[in-house]
Design a protein around this ligand. Structure first.
Ligand code: IMP
Ligand code: MG
Length: 373
C-alpha cells in the first residue's frame, strides 16, 4: 500500500481522483439545477480552494466567487473556536443567492459561524454545499443542501485539506493510518474451547471474530447465493467445498473498515492456509500467529461427551467423536507445520478454567510482535 508521511503521522490512500472528480461534477450539476441565479459562491479558505476551482470549471452558469478565510483546526483535532481571518464585504452578499462552498463539514462549528456571519449580511437565499461530510461527527441541525460524499469520522488530507498546513496539494484523499491490530488463527481439536475463548478475546481486544460455522448459518439464514450453495452440501451431509468458504471469508476481509481478525474453523487444511495468506496479502494484511490450544485426547472425549448431553449436538457417541478427532489429526493438524515454518506457531495449554486458559492466550498475544503493513 502506498503510504505517505506528513509531519509525525502516516497516511494511506482513501478516496481516488476519479471518485473526487465524480462528486465535484455531481455537485456542480445539482447546484446549477437547484439554485436561483445568479449565484454568489462563498469559498471557505483555505481548505476549499482546489474544490472551488474544480467545481467552477464544471459550473456552466453565471457565478461570482467570494472568499472567506476561517480557522478552526489544529493538528487532527478541532479546537471548537472559529476565527475569521479574511472577511467578505456585506455589499457582495446582500440580496444575493449565496452558496457556501465547504471542503468538509465535521462537527459543524465552522459552518455555524459562517451562517451566523452571512445572515447578518442579509442574502436573498443561503445554501450550503460541501464536498465531504462526516455525519457521525456533525452535531448541528442545519440541513446541508448539497453533499458530495459522506465519509466516516476519520481524519483525511489532500485535495485542499491539510494536516497542520501540509498535504493540501495531494491530488487524492489520504486517511490517517490506524494502528495495526493482530490477525490470528485460533486453532485446536474439537472440544478445545476455541469458540468460548474467541468470544472473550474478541470482546477484550476489540477484534472481529470469524467462525466458519457462524458464517454458514448466517448465509443460510439470510438466503444469500453463497448460503444457498452451502446448504445443498450441508443437507446432503457433505463438507462445504473450499471455494464457498473462501468466498464468504473474502467478503469479510474485503471491508476496508474491518481489521483485527480471529479466525476459527479456518484454515482447516494447508491449502486453505495458503489461500488465506493470499487473501490477506491482497488487502495489505498478514496473519500474525496461529494460537493452538492443546488438550489431551481423553479430556477432549470427556468434554465432547458432556457437551453432547447438554446441547444435543451430534457429538454424543464415542464413535463419532473418535471419527472427528481422527479427521482433525489427518487433515487439519498439518496446518500447524505451515505456520511453524513461518515462525508463527504458538501452543497454549488448554487444561484449566476458562479464565486460566484465557490469561495464557492473552500473555502469548501480548508478546507477539506485529509486522507493520
Ligand atoms: P468543523 O468546524 O468541525 O465542521 O470542521 C470544519 C473544518 O475543519 C474544515 O473546514 C477543515 O478545515 C477542518 N477539518 C475537519 N475535518 C478535517 C479532516 O478530516 N481533515 C482535515 N481538515 C479537517
Ligand atoms: Mg484545515
Amino acid at each position: 500500500m502506498k503510504e505517505i508521511q506528513l509531519h509525525d503521522k502516516k497516511f494511506v490512500p482513501y478516496i481516488s481522483k476519479e471518485q473526487i472528480a465524480h462528486a465535484v461534477k455531481k455537485l456542480a450539476r445539482e447546484i446549477a439545477d437547484n439554485t436561483k441565479e445568479p449565484v454568489v459562491f462563498v469559498v471557505v479558505l483555505k481548505g476549499s480552494y482546489i474544490f472551488a476551482a474544480d467545481l467552477a470549471k464544471h459550473y456552466n452558469k453565471e457565478a461570482v466567487f467570494e472568499f472567506y478565510r476561517l480557522k478552526s483546526y489544529e493538528g487532527t483535532e478541532t479546537t471548537g473556536k472559529v476565527e475569521i481571518l479574511i472577511d467578505i464585504d456585506t455589499k457582495f452578499i446582500k440580496n444575493k443567492n449565496v452558496v457556501v462552498l465547504e471542503d468538509i463539514i465535521d462537527t459543524g462549528n465552522t459552518l455555524e459561524k459562517i451562517l451566523e456571519e452571512l445572515h447578518k449580511k442579509q442574502p436573498a437565499s443561503l445554501k450550503i454545499a460541501t464536498l465531504f461530510f462526516k455525519p457521525d461527527a456533525y452535531n448541528k441541525n442545519y440541513p446541508i443542501d448539497f453533499i458530495g460524499m459522506k465519509i466516516p469520522n476519520k481524519f483525511i488530507v489532500g485535495y485542499g485539506l491539510d494536516y497542520d498546513e501540509i498535504g493540501r496539494n495531494l491530488p487524492e484523499i489520504y486517511k490517517l493510518k490506524e494502528p495495526r491490530m493482530i490477525d490470528f488463527v485460533l486453532f485446536g481439536p474439537p472440544g478445545a474451547g476455541k469458540g468460548t475463548q474467541a468470544q472473550i478475546l474478541k470482546d477484550k481486544l476489540g477484534l472481529t471474530y470469524i467462525a466458519t460455522g457462524d458464517l454458514f448459518r448466517h448465509h443460510i439464514k439470510n438466503q444469500t447465493e453463497l448460503g444457498k450453495k452451502a446448504k445443498t452440501y450441508i443437507d446432503r451431509g457433505d463438507l462445504v467445498p473450499d471455494e464457498i468458504t473462501i468466498d464468504m471469508i473474502k467478503e469479510i476481509v474485503a471491508d476496508p473498515e474491518a481489521r483485527g481478525f480471529i479466525f476459527d474453523g479456518f484454515p482447516r487444511t494447508v491449502k486453505q492456509a495458503e489461500v488465506l495468506d493470499e487473501l490477506m496479502a491482497e488487502k495489505g494484511l498478514i496473519i500474525d500467529a496461529l494460537l493452538s490450544i492443546n488438550v489431551p485426547e481423553e479430556k477432549l472425549i470427556k468434554r465432547l461427551l458432556e457437551r453432547g448431553k447438554t446441547s444435543g449436538r451430534s457429538d454424543d457417541n464415542e464413535k463419532t467423536i473418535k471419527h472427528r478427532l481422527d479427521l482433525y489429526h489427518s487433515k487439519t493438524e498439518p496446518v500447524k507445520d505451515y505456520y511453524k515454518a513461518q515462525g508463527k506457531f504458538h501452543e497454549i495449554d488448554g487444561v484449566g478454567s476458562i479464565e486460566e486458559v484465557n490469561q495464557r492466550l492473552l500473555n502469548v498475544i501480548s508478546n507477539i510482535k506485529l509486522r507493520d503493513e
